[in-house]
Design a binder for this molecule. Structure first.
Ligand SMILES: [Zn+2]
Length: 317
């Protein structure tokens, strides 16, 4: 990179591009540096149709100033630039890959491998803390929640959980996934990391963007990086931690009829949805394997064979 941007001096704010060798993409990056030494990295748009986080990150990069910081904030608001420009939903335009399955990437390979490699090799080594902003994809509705990695080293797990606790949501997910995803990989390399989920269906609203921004500011304040006073405490006092999530994929393609909404609870054995053929005949009925709550689900009429259908948190014991 543009080490020039990363080397922003105390009191400076610099914007520019992280150049991805190979595919040649340029990812927008803003660095804001106050006094102090800790660095927080914020990324969004790893999934390019998850607009709430992208807009929130663009605004945070504009709004944060060096005077407000004790430390450095690096904001990369749109990681999948080609997917965004071509509106591919969330896959990388050139290779159809999901960036959040390819970390840490590699310098050879296709565009997605190279983009992941650029983020993992240029930005992660700079970061003491990492926040990644997501939503449901363009065809998914979602109940807002936060992920952190449970399998990370104990100190990293605890710090990540503390960051997650600052998010204005009643639900946390302790993930067992240690590979492929950006925050998963970062956690396993020793960076306290979280992934915030809010919004979906290819939409964004002022309220959701403000919530994302408030969460990030509250986390930065908690970490001692934001000096600003007057940041309200998290109004959500009770947060449920899911330790097990069922990610159910569609065994058949066709039309999909979910039975619940994101955020609703159900009992083991309840029908969560049905796939029908183009004559309206049921071809598959999906029943819950345990009590739980819908975290996110496909709400487009289309369901793709082998693609996401419904994801739910299993009710903790
Ligand atoms: Zn996502």
């Amino acid at each position: 990179m543009s080490t020039e941007i990363l080397n922003a001096r105390k009191g400076e704010k610099k914007s520019g591009f992280l150049k991805v060798p190979g595919c040649g993409y340029e990812l927008p990056v803003t660095v804001i540096r106050g006094d102090g030494e800790k660095t927080a990295l914020i990324t969004a748009g790893i999934h390019s149709a998850e607009y709430v986080g992208i807009q929130a990150a663009i605004e945070l990069a504009e709004e944060l100033s060096p005077e407000q910081l004790s430390g450095r904030v690096i904001v990369a608001p749109l990681v999948n630039v080609s997917g965004f420009a071509r509106r591919t939903m969330s896959m990388v335009y050139e290779d159809g890959k999901n960036l959040n399955r390819e970390f840490p990437g590699k310098p050879e390979g296709t565009a997605a491998d190279q983009i992941c490699y650029a983020i993992a090799s240029e930005l992660f080594p700079e970061a003491d803390y990492y926040m990644d902003l997501h939503s449901g994809d363009g065809y998914e509705e979602m109940c807002s929640y936060v992920y952190y990695v449970g399998a990370a080293e104990e100190k990293i797990r605890r710090r990540s959980l503390e960051m997650a606790r600052q998010v204005e949501s009643g639900y946390l997910v302790e993930s067992g996934c240690t590979t492929g995803g950006a925050y998963n990989y970062a956690s396993m390399t020793g960076i306290p990391s979280i992934l915030i989920e809010r919004g979906g269906r290819g939409l964004w609203s002022r309220d959701e963007v403000e919530l994302d921004k408030r969460d990030i500011r509250r986390i930065l304040k908690h970490l001692g990086i934001l000096k600003e006073d007057g940041i309200p405490e998290n109004p959500v006092k009770e947060q449920l931690v899911f330790h097990q999530v069922v990610y159910e994929h569609a065994p058949e393609g066709g039309c999909w009829y979910p039975a619940f909404r994101a955020g609703e609870w159900f009992r083991k054995g309840d029908v969560l949805g049905e796939i029908r053929d183009y004559f309206g005949k049921p071809v598959f009925v999906y029943r819950a394997e345990s009590d739980g709550m819908i975290l996110y689900q496909t709400v487009s009429l289309t369901v793709v064979k082998g693609g996401p259908m419904v994801a739910y948190g299993v009710r903790p014991e």
